[in-house]
Design a protein around this ligand. Structure first.
Ligand SMILES: [Zn+2]
Length: 192
């Protein structure tokens, strides 16, 4: 399974240039389907702020600070983990086949990383994938709990759509899922 599940992240090419990269937030949120480009966490279940990461860090390519193609919508944890790491030292080379990054809005991203269908964990497929997993600390973060919370949130959204027509039985299930989601959120917010 892909890190982003069934969502394909693709930056639109007709976004007008904006003076400050923060002004792209709405555009990015839409193109990234409201999820972190790196770990796939949905903004909907996160109670923390989402950030805008510069894929090629500003320290490497200051001229790309407001270049939409260089911006990644991401959770604050991923943004902190990546900070201004850029191991190739060359702004035009994201990775050297060994270490470095892959743009989450490119097809190439899926060649380096995958998501375990059973557990929701993010696993490397290549050396670059391993570098990314280590840099973002995917194996020690509560990726599994975030994944589980997202599955529960999807069920809740389905119930919410027809909340007024739920049977008593369904309503009980709905309440149970809601409390399970609360538990999941408590666990992953504690751990991150
Ligand atoms: Zn993230």
């Amino acid at each position: 399974m892909r890190v982003h599940g069934d969502q394909v992240i693709c930056r639109r090419t007709n976004i007008p240039h904006r003076r400050n990269y923060k002004y792209y937030e709405d555009d990015l949120r839409e193109d990234f389907h409201n999820m972190c480009g790196y770990c796939g966490k949905s903004r909907e279940i996160s109670s923390r702020d989402f950030h805008i990461d510069h894929f090629v860090p500003k320290s490497q390519a200051p001229e790309r600070e407001t270049d939409y193609n260089n911006l990644v919508y991401c959770c604050c944890v991923c943004n902190w983990k990546k900070s201004d790491k850029w191991p190739t030292g060359d702004p035009s080379i994201p990775h050297n086949g060994d270490v470095g990054f892959s743009d989450p809005a490119s097809d190439e991203f899926d060649t380096h990383l995958m998501r375990d269908e059973e557990t929701g964990e993010i696993c490397p497929k290549t050396d670059v994938g391993s570098y990314i997993c280590n840099t973002f600390n995917f194996s020690t973060r509560p990726i599994h709990w975030v994944w589980k919370a997202e599955q529960l949130q999807k069920l809740i959204n389905q119930f919410n759509k027809r909340i007024s027509t739920l049977s008593q039985e369904e309503y009980k299930k709905y309440a149970l899922i809601n409390s399970e989601l609360g538990e999941c959120k408590k666990i992953f917010l504690d751990k991150e």
